[in-house]
Ligand binder design. Structure first.
Ligand SMILES: *[C@@H]1O[C@H](CO)[C@@H](O)[C@H](O)[C@H]1NC(C)=O
Ligand SMILES: *[C@@H]1O[C@H](CO)[C@@H](O)[C@H](O)[C@H]1NC(C)=O
Ligand SMILES: *[C@@H]1O[C@H](CO)[C@@H](O)[C@H](O)[C@H]1NC(C)=O
Ligand SMILES: *[C@@H]1O[C@H](CO)[C@@H](O)[C@H](O)[C@H]1NC(C)=O
Ligand SMILES: *[C@@H]1O[C@H](CO)[C@@H](O)[C@H](O)[C@H]1NC(C)=O
Ligand SMILES: *[C@@H]1O[C@H](CO)[C@@H](O)[C@H](O)[C@H]1NC(C)=O
Ligand SMILES: *[C@@H]1O[C@H](CO)[C@@H](O)[C@H](O)[C@H]1NC(C)=O
Ligand SMILES: *[C@@H]1O[C@H](CO)[C@@H](O)[C@H](O)[C@H]1NC(C)=O
Ligand SMILES: *[C@@H]1O[C@H](CO)[C@@H](O)[C@H](O)[C@H]1NC(C)=O
Length: 411
């Protein structure tokens, strides 16, 4: 149901976080499954850890890292065959169970689905959890591999979903191993060949997208979103988006552009940009034209899954943000808040948007938000000072004149 692209975090970004937050212990998984003839049929080796955020009885949120190598079992792992897929199953005590399954086809196989579930009944791992129970998180990887290669990837794969962040790196993986020997031929992931080498001896902290409200929030990654009409680009948006939902369960959610899809539509008087990913069913930005010469953000609709599995939906079609003349774009580099409802706001970063009159797929001249413009602020302050001074002089003059006038009268 849910789908994730394999999308590692960029090397430099997580190196920074790694420096800031220090090394965290990782769990080094190593599994060499053999068949009845003692021949290797599945080989897996990587480092991983999980961060889980849960609500405690005293209304705070707590984030724990699971990387404890004690009491780990691999029960249920199997090689698979033509009828049954292969599986790697890992149990971290009773706190977490983790499964990766593989599907076999005739000429290739898929690294299929990662399913993780955590059990807040385990009070050693989840002390003071408000809700007791098993919480499942699933995502589809659907990565295709041929039988004669071993998959290798040093880069970090980071999945963030609801309250769980999963990190995997330094991966060596081959399922449905033929003839009992792990292949010498490697399939090196694209990320390793394009990105700067990353450290894989210690664990970086995650680039969390679920952040308890008490922690400082990292700014979201800026994404480019476009909408086309036929072959021509008709809407351009570049922005970092941070959702802030303040219901009973408050949370801040950074939109990761690499795992987010976008679509939309353009009409003469209205344009729509729709984002969606595994957590967000849809997030719509609807732009409209006013007074025949300006555009603005008129409506925002959102529907997304919350930590507890329920769906959060808000719509407001009476907004007025990002106002600029038609034929130009709207620019705001500083953080701006689009307040959609009492419980929902969107913080935007490095925003540039043009929903109408896009020519040649490029932004037109930008109208900048007033906040951005330091150069305008200074004249305003100076101007305000000057006009204040003028008013004082005028009043002084009037008082003076009245006095002398009064003086004449008494004479
Ligand atoms: C497989 O290996 C185990 C121990 O490594 C040995 O006891 C067993 O006899 C072997 N089985 C076969 C079929 O070779
Ligand atoms: C997992 O395997 C271990 C040892 O192989 C065993 O003691 C334990 O009961 C198993 N757990 C489950 C849930 O099957
Ligand atoms: C893999 O796991 C997913 C989720 O648990 C499940 O829906 C799917 O049927 C499994 N596929 C196989 C081949 O076992
Ligand atoms: C609230 O819970 C957290 C985690 O269980 C604990 O560290 C903290 O001391 C608790 N605070 C109060 C006021 O009980
Ligand atoms: C496995 O063995 C068969 C027959 O011995 C051979 O045709 C095939 O190429 C081998 N596969 C690999 C991946 O080595
Ligand atoms: C977005 O697109 C612009 C122009 O095409 C490019 O300069 C910029 O680097 C892109 N930004 C991102 C985050 O991809
Ligand atoms: C989220 O929204 C709440 C309520 O509007 C506000 O108090 C809080 O500062 C916001 N947090 C962020 C990071 O925008
Ligand atoms: C999930 O949390 C939301 C927000 O606090 C709440 O309105 C909703 O009732 C909860 N749903 C469930 C199933 O607990
Ligand atoms: C936004 O949501 C409202 C209420 O659910 C709905 O009436 C409206 O049609 C939606 N707008 C779009 C553009 O989907």
């Amino acid at each position: 149901m849910m789908r994730f692209r394999l999308s590692p975090v960029s090397g430099s970004g997580f190196f920074m976080l790694f420096l800031l937050l220090g090394a965290v212990q990782a769990y080094p998984l190593k599994l060499n499954l053999t068949d009845l003839k003692n021949a290797t049929c599945l080989y897996a080796k990587w480092d991983m850890d999980f961060q889980i955020t849960y609500e405690t009885t005293n209304d705070t949120y707590k984030t724990i890292t699971i990387s404890d190598p004690s009491s780990v079992t691999y029960n249920g792992s199997r090689c698979g065959d033509d009828h049954n897929g292969a599986k790697i199953m890992v149990q971290f005590g009773s706190a977490i169970s983790w499964t990766l399954n593989f599907t076999k086809e005739v000429s290739h196989y898929f690294i299929d689905t990662i399913s993780l579930s955590y059990n807040t009944n385990d009070s050693t791992t989840f002390p003071g959890a408000a809700a007791k129970g098993i919480v499942p998180v699933t995502h589809s990887v659907r990565f295709e591999l041929s039988f004669d290669v071993i998959f290798r990837c040093n880069s970090l794969f980071n999945f963030s979903q609801e309250s769980v962040v999963e990190n995997y790196w330094d991966i060596h993986l081959q399922a449905f191993v033929q003839n009992g020997t792990v292949s010498k031929k490697e399939y090196v992931c694209e990320e390793d060949t394009t990105e700067a080498p990353v450290i894989h001896t210690t664990m970086p902290s995650p680039t969390t997208t679920f952040i308890p409200t008490s922690k400082p929030t990292p700014t979201p990654t800026v994404g480019n979103y476009t909408v086309t009409n036929g072959n021509t680009t008709c809407l351009l948006a570049t922005m970092g988006l941070q959702l802030n939902i303040t219901e009973k369960v408050p949370f801040i959610f950074n939109i990761n552009p690499t795992t987010t899809n976008f679509t939309g539509s353009c009409h003469p008087e209205t344009a729509q940009l729709r984002l969606n990913n595994s957590q967000i069913k849809h997030l719509d930005f609807i732009f409209a034209v006013k007074n025949e010469n300006r555009f603005y953000l008129k409506e925002v609709n959102i529907s997304m899954y919350l930590t507890n599995g329920s769906v959060f939906s808000v719509a407001n079609d009476n907004l007025s943000f990002w106002d600029a003349p038609l034929g130009s774009s709207y620019l705001c580099n500083r953080e701006q808040v689009v307040s959609v409802s009492k419980t929902f706001q969107i913080n935007t970063f490095n925003l540039k948007v043009q929903p109408f009159n896009v020519t040649e797929g490029k932004y037109s001249t930008a109208q900048e938000c007033s906040l951005d413009d330091d150069t305008i602020l200074i004249p305003i302050i100076v101007g305000a000072g000057l006009s204040g001074l003028i008013i004082v002089i005028v009043i002084a003059y009037l008082i003076g004149r009245r006095k002398s006038y009064a003086g004449y009268q008494t004479l």
